[in-house]
Structure formats: C-alpha cells, structure tokens
Design a protein around this ligand. Structure first.
Ligand code: FAQ
Length: 334
C-alpha cells in the first residue's frame, strides 16, 4: 500500500489560499512553530513525506552498522574494540527509535523493512562505500558522523513531535561517535609516516561521499521546498553542506591532512569556503543501486533478516499465546 505512495509527495508547494480549511489550519500551526503529534490532523502528503524520510533515516542507521561492524574483530586494541562495539550498538538503537517514530504514522516496521529489502526504499548513499583500512573507521566517525550531526541537529526542531524527540537523544550519542572517529584520526595522523598516509588515503576516499550525504544540490532537490514549508526540513541541502565544509576544513588542517580539493579556498566575502561539487553522476549511480557495495549491503541485511526469522516467528507465537492466556484469566480479586 505504502509502496505506491512513495513517489507522490513532491507536488508544488501550495499557497495558503489554495488549501482546504483543514490544511490551512494545519499550515498555520506549523508556521506558529507548534509540534504535530501522531493522532492530530495532518495532510496526507505530510504523513507520506515523513514516512519516507524517517524510514530512510532508520534504514541508514541499520545498514550503517555494516561498514563499521566489519572492523569489530580487527580493531587494533581491546579498548578500540569495546568502543567500536558500543558505537555500532548505538546505531542499532537509533534505527529502532526511528522505526518507532515512523510507526506512529500508521506504517508497520515489517512493511518498511520489506521495502528496504526489495530495493524500493533508500538508505544513505554513504554506506555503499567500503571501509578498507582501520583509518577508514576514523574517517567514518569524523566525517560521516560529522555530516550526520550537521543534518540532525536542526532536525531536533522538526515539526513532527516523535521525530524531533528521537533526534535529541540520537544527536547526543552521535557527537560521541564523531569524537571517537576524530580521536582515531589524531592517533593515525600523528603516528608513523605509513599511518599518516593511511589517514590521508581515508580522507581522500571519504571526502566527496560525505558531501553527497546532504543530498543533491538545491536546484536538483525535489522534496526540499515542500519539506521546508512543512518544517520537516529546517535547512536546505546546500546550506548544510556548506556548514559541514566550513567546520571540517580546520579540523583537517589540525590533523595535518589535505582535503582532496584543489579549488578549496576561503571566500572572505561570503565568510565560507568555496569548494568543488561532488560528482553527481556517481551519486545518482549509487542511488540507482550501482555503488561499490550496494549489492553486498542489501544481501547482508536480507540474510540477517532471514537467519533471524525463526526467532522473530517464535517471539510472535509466544506473544500471541501470552495474550490468549491473559484474556482467559479471570481478573485478579481487588
Ligand atoms: N542517500 O529531494 P531530496 C547516519 C534521495 S544517518 C540516499 O533532496 P530530501 C548515522 C532522497 O531520499 C544518515 N538517497 O530529498 C550513521 C530523494 O529520493 P526519493 C542518514 C538520498 O529527503 C553514521 C532524492 O534523493 N540521514 O549516517 C540522499 O528532501 C555512521 C531527492 O533528494 C538521514 O536520513 C543520500 N545521501 O533530502 C550511522 C537524515 N540524498 O525518496 C552509521 C534525514 C538524497 O524521492 C554510521 N534525511 N537522497 O526516492 C534528510 O535530512 C533528507 O532526507 C536528505 C535528503 C537531506 C537526506
């Protein structure tokens, strides 16, 4: 049912005068900065846009465990192993809060997961790139979590109550994640020449994919205008990308690493950096399923789901039995 609705939420933004009385009252609530809660009136497009965005966000957290999960057994020290294990578990928790937030909109978790597994729903492009060395785990924490936080801090003020509340907790955890990544990068960049070269190589490979995380340029973004009118999104894709570059360039400098962009330069007038756009052809290829790891990532998720089916089925049967038992039992005496 939801599958047919995914593509239909990007109509032109309507003027207040063109709206039905309910939609106008809804838009006025949004404009006053009120939060919308699950049982309250919302236009169908608002509900569908949120299911799409929160669902994709949840899938990203779950699929995002895979590139780092690969390194849990290979982390260089026991301490690094424990930290990475905790981080990967946090990502699972984020996925669960987000699936719960999506469920309040009337879509089931099974339906969302089915859409992910059949390739009908997206997850973040970044997780279709491989993590080839330990330095990549540093780069993921520093750049990928850094980009995720840049996007998610404003989402704490998003108009849908359950999504904004999930973001508050997620952002707290993500900032630890970013620091642990930067800490790995500091150790590598200040280590042997070989370690520093690994850190530079990780930055070279993760820089442009991290810039792509913010989505296509504002000219190409089909959903931004409506999502911003509904305050689902608070900033445009390009605004957040610019903030990310401005925040990250001094961090790279501190590490003694070079951002792989020969056109990167501080622009005094705009008080921000000028920088090269990512390769958008590559971005759309990754979205179409043709990135370096798309097939591997989806196959790993489907296998994990299928391997866990016996447990899922057992729990469902047990829950039904427990419910029948409870229904048959007379009420306990007062
Ligand atoms: N990857 O019109 P727009 C994390 C799609 S969390 C894949 O601009 P919108 C934590 C977009 O869905 C990372 N698809 O779309 C972590 C749409 O396709 P559709 C995830 C992308 O929604 C760290 C089409 O392109 N964060 O990393 C991407 O207004 C480390 C047109 O684009 C979130 O999901 C992309 N990068 O803006 C975990 C944050 N960009 O649906 C483990 C919430 C765009 O029409 C380890 N989401 N698309 O088929 C958002 O803020 C927005 O959805 C955007 C896209 C900004 C991602």
């Amino acid at each position: 049912m939801y599958a047919q609705m995914i593509k239909t939420d990007s109509d032109r933004v309507k003027d207040l005068s063109e709206m039905s009385p309910e939609d106008r009252a809804f838009q006025e609530r949004i404009d006053r900065g009120e939060k919308i809660e699950p049982k309250e009136y919302m236009p169908e497009g608002y509900r569908k846009t949120l299911i799409r965005q929160i669902g994709q966000h949840a899938h990203s957290e779950i699929v995002g465990q895979l590139p780092e999960g690969n390194w849990i057994t290979r982390a260089p020290t026991l301490e690094r192993k424990a930290i990475l294990l905790a981080k990967v578990q946090d990502e699972a928790g984020h996925g669960l809060y987000l699936y719960c937030a999506a469920e309040t909109l009337g879509v089931s978790r099974d339906e969302l997961i089915g859409l992910l597994h059949s390739g009908k729903m997206k997850y973040s492009s970044i997780f279709n790139y491989p993590t080839l060395t330990w330095a990549d785990i540093g780069a993921v924490g520093w750049l990928v979590d850094g980009a995720a936080i840049m996007n998610q801090v404003p989402l704490q003020r998003t108009s849908f109550g359950p999504y904004s509340r999930a973001m508050v907790r997620i952002c707290k955890e993500e900032s630890f994640h970013q620091r642990q990544g930067y800490d790995i990068m500091i150790k590598m960049a200040q280590g042997t020449p070989e370690q520093k070269a690994m850190a530079q190589d990780a930055l070279n490979r993760f820089w442009y994919p991290s810039l792509m995380m913010f989505g296509p340029s504002d000219k190409e973004s089909v959903h931004s205008a409506q999502s911003m009118a509904w305050k689902i999104k608070i900033n445009t894709n390009d605004e957040l990308r610019q903030k990310f570059v401005d925040q990250t360039v001094p961090q790279a400098k501190y590490l003694g690493l070079t951002v792989p962009d020969e056109h990167l330069v501080w622009n005094e007038e705009k008080q921000g950096h000028d920088f090269s756009e990512p390769d958008w052809t590559e971005f759309f290829e990754v979205l179409a399923g043709n990135g370096p790891c798309n097939k591997e990532r989806l196959a790993a998720r489907v296998k994990a789901w299928d391997d866990g089916a016996w447990f899922h089925d057992g729990l469902t049967v047990y829950a039904k039995k427990a419910e029948t038992r409870r229904a048959r039992q007379p009420l306990a005496a007062e």
